[in-house]
Write a protein that binds this ligand. Structure first.
Ligand SMILES: Nc1ncnc2c1ncn2[C@@H]1O[C@H](COP(=O)(O)OP(=O)(O)OP(=O)(O)O)[C@@H](O)[C@H]1O
Length: 416
């Protein structure tokens, strides 16, 4: 879609981008990541023709430097970093500007077709109800969606976005990225997006380009290129990088340069099954703690992971219910532990004893951490909903914490 060859951008007497080559593939969502000042915005501005450059930028085989402004606007739309527009215009008027960019006739009246396109852009970005509101009075997230609608009203083939999630809370960040991904899938739009959040970029993009000091460090599919070595070369930090094979999510934990020896977190017992422990086992393995898991069926994917990581398990045979003997051993581990982590595994009559072990832990005032997943009632297969009764009781206790991800889990392990 966009071919960049030997691109060099000089600003203030310094090469900000130096001899950069890259092909941005049609219909793909590419994120550009890099530290502050690495040249991300400069690269975006150069490939949208906003600043002078040397080298070659081609859009669908046509030289960008020779392209008329109307043709450029036909091909690409830009969502700039700055979202404050000091204008008194309404949302509808701002979105309409997308049509004017294409024709370069500011005072034209909108055709029926233009109106349809504008309405469609507002529907896609879910801002139709804001149509008559003043842009100035909108929240940051709403403004961001209006500017996105303006860009979409251009009906571009390529959408260039400079930190579209900056200054948005995590819900809006995810909302915007989900929307972009949906658009890209639905309309075959090529998206090139500067982002700061490595984890979100890994989750939402198909390609990541890592930039440092105006040079490409690596480019490719997120799980191939997000690794400690590339993170170090790009951001100059050491890190642990974990990929959750089940949710295809990335957890990146930076390691402080002058790291103190890890404090001992204590003994941690995990109740899981069916892969519900996700990457928790791997992350804990790098921490200073003693870990055990039980009761778990031999052959279960969480059992397999424990075996690989040399973590102690209390087991029963594949597909067998928890025996009295295994339950006893499990309760001994539970009572010796400082924390019990309960991952979002289904509970049936066969493994109900694992919930009973949690009940016992609660009676002994142990700290219990529930890693949330699917709603418990949907994975409760016990007779008469006995599992849900125990679970509901547990969640009311003040020594029981609910967490959504590994970072929240560590906050509790380190504070408690
Ligand atoms: N017009 C200019 N004149 C001189 N230097 C400039 C100019 N524009 C950008 N720079 C410099 O180029 C470097 C890269 O800037 P750029 O905005 O592309 O970085 P970035 O990776 O987008 O950073 P950030 O993550 O902080 O937004 C910076 O050191 C910046 O100061």
């Amino acid at each position: 879609m966009i071919q960049v060859k030997n691109l060099t951008v000089n600003r203030g007497g310094k090469n900000i981008i130096a001899q950069l080559d890259h092909d941005f593939v049609k219909g793909k969502f590419t994120s550009i990541l890099g530290p502050n000042g690495s040249g991300k915005t400069t690269l975006l501005k150069a490939i949208s023709g906003l600043i002078p450059y040397s080298g070659q930028v081609e859009i669908l085989g046509q030289d960008l430097s020779k392209m008329k402004i109307t043709k450029r606007a036909d091909n690409m739309a830009i969502l700039p970093q700055v979202t404050h527009l000091n204008s008194d215009l309404s949302v509808f008027e701002i979105v309409s500007m997308g049509r004017f960019y294409k024709s370069q006739q500011i005072f034209q009246s909108l055709s029926n077709q233009d109106e349809e396109i504008i309405t469609h852009a507002m529907e896609m970005t879910e801002i139709k109800s804001l149509k008559d509101r003043k842009f100035l009075n909108l929240s940051g997230g709403e403004k961001q969606r209006v500017l996105l609608a303006r860009a979409l009203a251009q009906q571009p083939k390529v959408l260039l976005l400079d930190e579209p999630t900056a200054s948005l809370d995590i819900n809006y960040q995810i909302e915007i990225l989900k929307l972009l991904k949906k658009l890209q899938k639905k309309t075959d739009l090529t998206i090139i997006c500067v982002l700061h959040d490595i984890q979100l970029a890994a989750e939402f993009s198909q390609q990541i380009l890592l930039l440092n000091d105006g040079r490409v460090i690596d480019v490719g599919k997120p799980h191939k290129i997000i690794n400690p070595e590339n993170i170090r070369r790009t951001f100059n930090i050491n890190s642990h990088v974990y990929w959750d094979s089940f949710r295809e999510k990335l957890t990146l934990i930076p390691i402080e340069k002058e790291q103190q020896p890890d404090k001992f977190l204590g003994k941690i017992h995990i109740i899981a099954g069916g892969g519900s422990a996700g990457n928790i086992l791997e992350v804990l393995r790098h921490k200073n703690c003693e870990i055990s898991m039980g009761v778990i069926n031999v052959g279960d994917s969480d059992w397999q992971k424990c075996k690989e990581l040399n973590i102690k398990t209390i087991t029963v045979q594949p597909y067998s219910p928890i025996t009295e003997e295994a339950y006893k051993q499990n309760t001994q581990e539970v009572l010796k532990s400082d924390f019990i982590i309960f991952c979002h595994t289904p509970i049936g009559n066969g493994n109900l004893k694992n919930l009973k072990a949690l009940q016992l832990a609660n009676q002994n005032e142990k700290t219990i951490i529930i890693v949330e997943g699917e709603q418990f009632t949907k994975r409760d297969f016990t007779d008469g909903g006995e599992g849900s009764k125990i679970y509901d009781e547990l969640t009311k206790c003040e020594n029981v914490f609910k967490v959504q991800n590994v970072n929240e889990l560590f906050n509790i392990l380190e504070v408690e």
